[in-house]
Design a binder for this molecule. Structure first.
Ligand code: SF4
Length: 298
């Protein structure tokens, strides 16, 4: 790990990653051992490693897998669900599985076709559905906090994209912890300071079987382009990504950023159908999408 000027053997690396995770959980006051955590698991290295680490650290962590119905020629959803279920059953962990198609009548690609008349990738619809479902299930099942496996590469790419266009509202919402609000579960990212390659190394060294393939719709995405740019910087300046992210968090915390002063919280009220917070006067975006799909497909 050039950015830390640190090299560890497998045994010590498998101790170092959980120790650091515990440090970040405490530093950012993510959750305590008395709280119930719902880990959003996709079958990938980050989310499965996060679940593994939290359970080994003694936290009460259950898993949530969302079936998106994505095939893309590699049977992506089926394979990622199989690996997630295998991981949970081998460790005797509680896993909630929610299939979007069974729950709402259509898979993510079909919902996207209906919403966007067949244009573009389904990522916007997928993101909306994931946020809605993760929050709904955390709230309905009484979890205190929702944990996701975003790593430093993910966070630095999002920060880079938001900074390029000075999206102050999104910058204000970015951080290791998004506090709970009326109808919204607290969201945390305990792996946000680990490089992607560090999490890959952890998953491999701990023998976690995960899906190697990316979602087929990830190819050519803007976030992958930003990750490539940041990786180029990292090659010549080890630690550049970590510094970029940590300095942002410091500036945000100290109130140095203009965004802290200027952004007003949007006025939210419950969606009349699902009860989740929305800024519109009518149904939330997710319920509107589901209603439109039901109308189109009869
Ligand atoms: Fe969803 Fe795949 Fe897009 Fe990610 S890349 S948002 S999993 S469709």
């Amino acid at each position: 790990m050039r950015q830390h000027r640190l090299a560890l053997c497998k045994e010590h690396y498998l101790e170092w990653v959980p120790e650091q995770t515990e440090r970040f959980i405490k530093k950012y006051e993510m959750f305590s051992r008395n709280e119930k955590i719902l880990v959003a698991v996709s079958g990938g290295k980050d989310s499965l490693s996060l679940w593994d680490i939290l359970v080994n650290l003694g936290y009460q962590a259950d898993g949530l897998y969302l079936g998106l119905g994505i095939d893309g020629g590699i049977d992506y959803s089926h394979e990622s669900q199989r690996l997630t279920e295998k991981f949970a059953s081998e460790r005797n962990l509680k896993l909630h599985v929610v299939d979007i198609e069974k729950e709402y009548g259509q898979s993510i690609p079909v919902l996207s076709m209906i919403s966007h008349r067949g244009q573009g990738k389904p990522c916007a619809v997928c993101g909306l559905a994931k946020r809605h479902e993760m929050n709904r299930i955390a709230r309905d099942l009484g979890y205190d906090v929702l944990a996701t496996g975003h790593n430093l590469d993910d966070e630095a790419a999002v920060l880079f994209g938001n900074t390029l266009v000075w999206d102050s509202e999104r910058l204000l919402r970015q951080g290791p912890v998004l506090p709970s609000a009326e109808g919204l579960a607290r969201k945390v990212k305990p792996l946000c300071r680990f490089y992607e390659r560090e999490m890959t190394a952890y998953a491999i060294a701990s023998g976690i079987e995960y899906i190697y393939e990316e979602c087929p719709f990830a190819e050519g995405s803007q976030s992958i382009y930003y990750k490539e740019l940041l990786n180029q910087m990292e090659t010549t300046r080890p630690g550049a990504k970590l510094t970029f992210y940590l300095r942002f968090l410091e500036a945000r915390k100290s109130g140095e950023l203009f965004i802290e002063k200027n952004v007003e919280a949007a006025h939210l009220h419950p969606c009349p159908k699902c009860g989740q917070p929305t800024s519109t006067d009518d149904l939330c975006s997710f319920c509107r999408m589901i209603e439109k799909a039901a109308l189109v497909t009869g």
